[in-house]
Design a protein around this ligand. Structure first.
Ligand code: SF4
Length: 341
Protein backbone atom coordinates (compact mmCIF):
# COMPACT_ATOMS: atom_id res chain seq x y z
CA UNK A 1 0.00 0.00 0.00
CA UNK A 2 1.46 3.35 -1.00
CA UNK A 3 2.10 5.87 1.67
CA UNK A 4 1.52 9.10 -0.20
CA UNK A 5 1.21 11.33 2.84
CA UNK A 6 3.30 14.46 2.57
CA UNK A 7 4.49 16.76 5.28
CA UNK A 8 2.13 19.64 5.91
CA UNK A 9 3.64 23.13 5.57
CA UNK A 10 3.53 23.31 9.35
CA UNK A 11 5.30 19.96 9.59
CA UNK A 12 7.84 21.06 7.04
CA UNK A 13 8.68 24.12 9.05
CA UNK A 14 9.65 21.82 11.92
CA UNK A 15 12.10 20.01 9.66
CA UNK A 16 15.63 21.31 9.94
CA UNK A 17 17.53 21.66 6.69
CA UNK A 18 20.03 19.07 7.91
CA UNK A 19 17.30 16.44 7.88
CA UNK A 20 17.21 16.71 4.08
CA UNK A 21 20.97 16.54 3.56
CA UNK A 22 23.54 13.74 3.41
CA UNK A 23 25.61 12.93 6.46
CA UNK A 24 29.18 14.16 6.17
CA UNK A 25 30.44 11.73 8.81
CA UNK A 26 32.76 9.98 6.34
CA UNK A 27 34.72 11.52 3.55
CA UNK A 28 32.03 10.51 1.06
CA UNK A 29 28.63 12.08 1.70
CA UNK A 30 26.09 9.38 2.46
CA UNK A 31 22.34 9.72 2.31
CA UNK A 32 20.40 8.13 5.13
CA UNK A 33 16.97 6.73 4.30
CA UNK A 34 15.52 9.24 6.78
CA UNK A 35 17.12 12.14 4.91
CA UNK A 36 15.73 10.93 1.59
CA UNK A 37 12.31 10.43 3.17
CA UNK A 38 12.51 13.99 4.47
CA UNK A 39 13.16 15.14 0.89
CA UNK A 40 10.13 13.18 -0.32
CA UNK A 41 8.07 14.89 2.37
CA UNK A 42 8.96 18.47 1.43
CA UNK A 43 6.20 20.67 0.05
CA UNK A 44 6.12 19.98 -3.69
CA UNK A 45 7.25 23.48 -4.73
CA UNK A 46 10.16 23.42 -2.29
CA UNK A 47 11.26 20.00 -3.52
CA UNK A 48 11.14 21.05 -7.18
CA UNK A 49 12.92 24.33 -6.46
CA UNK A 50 15.72 22.50 -4.72
CA UNK A 51 15.94 19.92 -7.52
CA UNK A 52 16.14 22.75 -10.10
CA UNK A 53 18.94 24.41 -8.15
CA UNK A 54 20.97 21.20 -8.04
CA UNK A 55 20.20 20.49 -11.68
CA UNK A 56 21.36 23.91 -12.89
CA UNK A 57 24.59 23.64 -10.90
CA UNK A 58 25.59 20.51 -12.75
CA UNK A 59 23.79 20.37 -16.10
CA UNK A 60 22.52 22.42 -19.00
CA UNK A 61 18.96 23.04 -17.79
CA UNK A 62 17.51 22.89 -21.30
CA UNK A 63 19.30 19.89 -22.76
CA UNK A 64 17.97 16.35 -22.66
CA UNK A 65 19.81 13.25 -23.77
CA UNK A 66 17.94 11.12 -26.30
CA UNK A 67 18.54 7.41 -26.02
CA UNK A 68 17.03 4.67 -28.12
CA UNK A 69 16.52 1.22 -26.66
CA UNK A 70 16.42 -1.74 -28.99
CA UNK A 71 15.37 -5.18 -27.83
CA UNK A 72 17.98 -7.33 -29.57
CA UNK A 73 16.63 -10.54 -28.04
CA UNK A 74 12.99 -10.53 -26.97
CA UNK A 75 11.00 -12.86 -24.74
CA UNK A 76 11.53 -16.35 -23.33
CA UNK A 77 13.44 -15.16 -20.25
CA UNK A 78 13.81 -17.74 -17.46
CA UNK A 79 13.67 -15.08 -14.71
CA UNK A 80 10.45 -14.22 -12.87
CA UNK A 81 10.53 -10.42 -12.50
CA UNK A 82 6.95 -9.63 -11.51
CA UNK A 83 6.75 -6.58 -13.77
CA UNK A 84 8.14 -8.09 -16.96
CA UNK A 85 6.16 -9.35 -19.96
CA UNK A 86 9.27 -11.08 -21.31
CA UNK A 87 9.40 -13.72 -18.59
CA UNK A 88 8.63 -17.05 -20.26
CA UNK A 89 6.44 -18.16 -17.35
CA UNK A 90 3.87 -15.36 -17.78
CA UNK A 91 1.31 -15.46 -20.58
CA UNK A 92 1.60 -11.99 -22.01
CA UNK A 93 1.62 -12.62 -25.75
CA UNK A 94 5.31 -11.70 -26.05
CA UNK A 95 6.94 -14.30 -28.28
CA UNK A 96 10.38 -15.77 -27.78
CA UNK A 97 12.59 -14.40 -30.55
CA UNK A 98 16.16 -15.22 -31.49
CA UNK A 99 19.04 -12.78 -31.10
CA UNK A 100 18.84 -10.20 -33.91
CA UNK A 101 21.41 -10.18 -36.69
CA UNK A 102 24.29 -7.71 -36.68
CA UNK A 103 22.97 -6.13 -39.88
CA UNK A 104 19.52 -5.48 -38.40
CA UNK A 105 20.97 -3.96 -35.23
CA UNK A 106 23.23 -1.63 -37.21
CA UNK A 107 20.29 -0.59 -39.42
CA UNK A 108 18.21 0.22 -36.32
CA UNK A 109 21.09 2.21 -34.80
CA UNK A 110 21.52 4.24 -37.98
CA UNK A 111 17.82 5.01 -38.02
CA UNK A 112 17.92 6.07 -34.35
CA UNK A 113 20.88 8.34 -35.10
CA UNK A 114 18.99 9.92 -38.02
CA UNK A 115 16.14 10.64 -35.61
CA UNK A 116 18.51 12.43 -33.25
CA UNK A 117 19.37 9.73 -30.70
CA UNK A 118 22.91 9.97 -29.35
CA UNK A 119 22.89 6.87 -27.21
CA UNK A 120 21.92 3.40 -28.37
CA UNK A 121 21.00 0.79 -25.78
CA UNK A 122 20.75 -2.89 -26.62
CA UNK A 123 18.63 -5.07 -24.34
CA UNK A 124 18.40 -8.85 -24.26
CA UNK A 125 15.96 -10.95 -22.24
CA UNK A 126 18.47 -13.28 -20.63
CA UNK A 127 19.33 -14.29 -17.09
CA UNK A 128 22.83 -13.71 -18.37
CA UNK A 129 24.52 -14.08 -21.76
CA UNK A 130 26.01 -17.37 -22.94
CA UNK A 131 29.53 -16.82 -24.17
CA UNK A 132 28.65 -17.43 -27.83
CA UNK A 133 25.88 -14.81 -27.54
CA UNK A 134 28.17 -12.36 -25.82
CA UNK A 135 30.63 -12.69 -28.71
CA UNK A 136 27.85 -11.63 -31.09
CA UNK A 137 26.74 -8.73 -28.87
CA UNK A 138 30.36 -7.54 -28.69
CA UNK A 139 30.35 -7.29 -32.50
CA UNK A 140 27.14 -5.25 -32.33
CA UNK A 141 28.68 -2.90 -29.76
CA UNK A 142 31.76 -2.43 -31.95
CA UNK A 143 29.61 -1.59 -34.98
CA UNK A 144 27.27 0.84 -33.14
CA UNK A 145 30.21 2.60 -31.48
CA UNK A 146 31.67 2.97 -34.96
CA UNK A 147 28.60 5.08 -35.86
CA UNK A 148 29.67 7.66 -33.24
CA UNK A 149 26.94 6.82 -30.76
CA UNK A 150 27.29 6.14 -27.06
CA UNK A 151 26.63 2.48 -26.43
CA UNK A 152 24.82 0.78 -23.59
CA UNK A 153 23.84 -2.85 -23.09
CA UNK A 154 21.56 -4.63 -20.68
CA UNK A 155 22.09 -8.38 -20.88
CA UNK A 156 21.49 -9.63 -17.34
CA UNK A 157 24.05 -11.06 -14.95
CA UNK A 158 27.63 -11.20 -16.18
CA UNK A 159 30.26 -13.87 -15.58
CA UNK A 160 33.85 -12.93 -14.78
CA UNK A 161 35.57 -11.55 -17.89
CA UNK A 162 32.40 -10.69 -19.79
CA UNK A 163 32.29 -7.03 -18.69
CA UNK A 164 35.90 -6.64 -19.82
CA UNK A 165 35.08 -8.16 -23.21
CA UNK A 166 32.25 -5.65 -23.68
CA UNK A 167 34.54 -2.80 -22.63
CA UNK A 168 37.14 -3.86 -25.19
CA UNK A 169 34.43 -3.89 -27.86
CA UNK A 170 33.70 -0.22 -27.08
CA UNK A 171 30.79 -0.43 -24.68
CA UNK A 172 30.34 2.81 -22.72
CA UNK A 173 27.59 1.88 -20.24
CA UNK A 174 26.21 -1.32 -18.80
CA UNK A 175 22.66 -1.17 -17.47
CA UNK A 176 21.79 -3.33 -14.50
CA UNK A 177 18.98 -1.99 -12.33
CA UNK A 178 18.67 -2.78 -8.65
CA UNK A 179 14.93 -2.65 -9.37
CA UNK A 180 13.65 -1.89 -5.87
CA UNK A 181 14.77 -1.54 -2.25
CA UNK A 182 16.79 -4.48 -0.98
CA UNK A 183 14.17 -5.49 1.59
CA UNK A 184 11.43 -5.37 -1.07
CA UNK A 185 13.39 -7.40 -3.61
CA UNK A 186 11.92 -10.82 -2.77
CA UNK A 187 8.39 -9.44 -3.26
CA UNK A 188 9.21 -8.71 -6.90
CA UNK A 189 11.74 -11.35 -8.02
CA UNK A 190 12.58 -14.78 -6.65
CA UNK A 191 15.00 -16.18 -9.24
CA UNK A 192 17.87 -13.95 -8.12
CA UNK A 193 18.63 -11.76 -5.17
CA UNK A 194 19.88 -8.26 -4.55
CA UNK A 195 23.41 -9.55 -3.95
CA UNK A 196 23.47 -10.98 -7.50
CA UNK A 197 22.79 -7.48 -8.84
CA UNK A 198 25.55 -5.93 -6.77
CA UNK A 199 27.98 -8.65 -7.90
CA UNK A 200 27.44 -7.81 -11.59
CA UNK A 201 27.58 -4.07 -10.89
CA UNK A 202 30.98 -4.55 -9.22
CA UNK A 203 32.27 -6.43 -12.24
CA UNK A 204 31.02 -3.64 -14.50
CA UNK A 205 32.86 -1.02 -12.45
CA UNK A 206 36.05 -3.06 -12.28
CA UNK A 207 36.04 -3.37 -16.08
CA UNK A 208 36.00 0.42 -16.38
CA UNK A 209 32.47 0.67 -17.76
CA UNK A 210 30.10 3.44 -16.77
CA UNK A 211 27.19 2.22 -14.67
CA UNK A 212 23.57 2.73 -15.63
CA UNK A 213 21.52 1.64 -12.64
CA UNK A 214 18.10 2.62 -11.38
CA UNK A 215 14.82 1.06 -10.48
CA UNK A 216 11.07 0.84 -10.89
CA UNK A 217 8.41 2.54 -8.81
CA UNK A 218 4.67 2.02 -8.78
CA UNK A 219 5.03 -1.66 -7.87
CA UNK A 220 2.93 -1.28 -4.71
CA UNK A 221 5.94 -0.26 -2.63
CA UNK A 222 5.76 2.23 0.23
CA UNK A 223 7.34 5.68 0.14
CA UNK A 224 9.88 4.32 2.61
CA UNK A 225 10.83 1.66 0.03
CA UNK A 226 11.20 4.36 -2.64
CA UNK A 227 13.45 6.34 -0.28
CA UNK A 228 15.52 3.21 0.35
CA UNK A 229 15.89 2.64 -3.40
CA UNK A 230 17.12 6.21 -3.93
CA UNK A 231 19.46 6.04 -0.91
CA UNK A 232 20.91 2.75 -2.11
CA UNK A 233 21.65 4.24 -5.53
CA UNK A 234 23.01 7.51 -4.14
CA UNK A 235 25.31 5.70 -1.68
CA UNK A 236 26.98 3.56 -4.33
CA UNK A 237 30.60 4.65 -4.43
CA UNK A 238 30.80 6.07 -7.01
CA UNK A 239 27.11 6.50 -7.67
CA UNK A 240 25.81 5.50 -11.12
CA UNK A 241 26.50 7.88 -13.99
CA UNK A 242 23.07 7.12 -15.39
CA UNK A 243 19.94 6.51 -13.30
CA UNK A 244 16.81 5.28 -15.09
CA UNK A 245 13.64 5.74 -13.06
CA UNK A 246 10.85 3.58 -14.41
CA UNK A 247 7.16 3.88 -13.70
CA UNK A 248 5.60 0.42 -13.76
CA UNK A 249 3.83 -0.33 -17.01
CA UNK A 250 1.16 -2.81 -16.06
CA UNK A 251 0.95 -5.67 -18.54
CA UNK A 252 -1.88 -8.23 -18.38
CA UNK A 253 -0.48 -11.64 -17.51
CA UNK A 254 2.26 -10.32 -15.21
CA UNK A 255 1.87 -10.66 -11.43
CA UNK A 256 2.00 -6.89 -10.89
CA UNK A 257 -0.85 -6.18 -13.29
CA UNK A 258 -3.65 -4.55 -11.30
CA UNK A 259 -1.34 -2.96 -8.71
CA UNK A 260 -2.63 0.34 -7.31
CA UNK A 261 -1.31 3.06 -9.60
CA UNK A 262 1.26 5.45 -8.18
CA UNK A 263 0.18 9.09 -7.85
CA UNK A 264 1.99 10.81 -10.78
CA UNK A 265 3.17 13.55 -8.42
CA UNK A 266 4.86 10.90 -6.29
CA UNK A 267 6.69 9.80 -9.44
CA UNK A 268 7.83 13.42 -9.95
CA UNK A 269 8.98 13.49 -6.32
CA UNK A 270 11.03 10.34 -6.98
CA UNK A 271 12.73 12.04 -9.95
CA UNK A 272 13.47 15.13 -7.83
CA UNK A 273 14.96 13.00 -5.03
CA UNK A 274 17.16 11.19 -7.55
CA UNK A 275 18.36 14.52 -8.94
CA UNK A 276 19.16 16.02 -5.53
CA UNK A 277 20.95 12.95 -4.18
CA UNK A 278 22.86 12.18 -7.42
CA UNK A 279 23.68 15.66 -8.75
CA UNK A 280 25.96 14.64 -11.62
CA UNK A 281 24.04 11.62 -12.86
CA UNK A 282 21.90 11.59 -15.96
CA UNK A 283 18.44 10.95 -14.53
CA UNK A 284 16.37 9.16 -17.12
CA UNK A 285 12.64 8.98 -17.61
CA UNK A 286 12.29 5.41 -18.75
CA UNK A 287 9.43 2.94 -18.95
CA UNK A 288 6.00 4.35 -18.24
CA UNK A 289 6.59 7.75 -19.85
CA UNK A 290 3.61 7.30 -22.17
CA UNK A 291 1.22 6.91 -19.25
CA UNK A 292 2.48 10.12 -17.63
CA UNK A 293 1.28 12.43 -20.41
CA UNK A 294 2.92 15.71 -21.44
CA UNK A 295 2.11 17.74 -18.31
CA UNK A 296 3.64 15.27 -15.86
CA UNK A 297 6.68 14.80 -18.12
CA UNK A 298 7.20 18.56 -17.97
CA UNK A 299 7.19 18.37 -14.18
CA UNK A 300 9.75 15.57 -14.41
CA UNK A 301 12.03 17.78 -16.54
CA UNK A 302 11.61 20.56 -13.97
CA UNK A 303 12.49 18.02 -11.28
CA UNK A 304 15.80 17.28 -13.00
CA UNK A 305 15.18 14.47 -15.48
CA UNK A 306 17.59 15.03 -18.36
CA UNK A 307 17.48 11.86 -20.37
CA UNK A 308 14.67 9.99 -22.06
CA UNK A 309 14.18 6.86 -24.04
CA UNK A 310 13.15 7.92 -27.47
CA UNK A 311 11.62 5.81 -30.19
CA UNK A 312 8.58 3.78 -30.97
CA UNK A 313 8.99 0.93 -28.52
CA UNK A 314 10.61 0.51 -25.16
CA UNK A 315 11.48 -3.16 -25.21
CA UNK A 316 7.95 -4.55 -25.47
CA UNK A 317 5.77 -1.73 -24.18
CA UNK A 318 4.85 1.51 -25.94
CA UNK A 319 6.78 4.77 -25.81
CA UNK A 320 5.58 8.22 -26.94
CA UNK A 321 6.26 8.46 -30.64
CA UNK A 322 9.06 10.50 -32.05
CA UNK A 323 6.82 13.26 -33.42
CA UNK A 324 5.13 13.80 -30.08
CA UNK A 325 8.50 14.06 -28.38
CA UNK A 326 9.74 16.54 -30.97
CA UNK A 327 6.64 18.65 -30.50
CA UNK A 328 7.01 18.59 -26.71
CA UNK A 329 10.69 19.58 -26.95
CA UNK A 330 9.82 22.47 -29.29
CA UNK A 331 7.09 23.71 -26.94
CA UNK A 332 9.51 23.59 -24.00
CA UNK A 333 12.56 24.98 -25.81
CA UNK A 334 14.50 21.82 -24.96
CA UNK A 335 17.36 20.68 -27.14
CA UNK A 336 18.91 17.24 -27.54
CA UNK A 337 22.19 16.76 -25.70
CA UNK A 338 25.18 16.18 -27.97
CA UNK A 339 26.90 12.79 -27.62
CA UNK A 340 29.83 12.78 -25.21
CA UNK A 341 31.85 10.12 -27.10
S1 SF4 B 1 13.33 -7.92 -16.51
FE1 SF4 B 1 14.99 -8.87 -17.66
S2 SF4 B 1 15.66 -10.56 -16.34
FE2 SF4 B 1 13.60 -9.97 -15.60
S3 SF4 B 1 12.19 -11.34 -16.72
FE3 SF4 B 1 12.37 -9.44 -17.90
S4 SF4 B 1 13.98 -9.86 -19.41
FE4 SF4 B 1 14.15 -11.40 -17.80
Amino acid sequence: MDNLSTASPAGASLMTDNECRPSQADSAARWSVAAVEALFGLPFNDLLFRAQQVHREHHDANAVQLSTLLSIKTGGCPEDCGYCPQAARYHTGVENQALMSLEDVVAAAKQAREHGATRFCMGAAWRGPKQRDLDRVAEMVRAVRGLGMETCATLGMLKPGQAGQLREAGLDYYNHNIDTAEDNYANIISTRDYGDRIDTLEQVREAGLHVCCGGIVGMGESRNARAKLIAQLANMDPCPESVPINNLVQVPGTPLNGTDKLDPLEFVRTIACARITMPRAMVRLSAGRQELGDAVQVLCFMAGANSIFYGEKLLTTGNPDVENDRSLFARLGLKPLAPSV
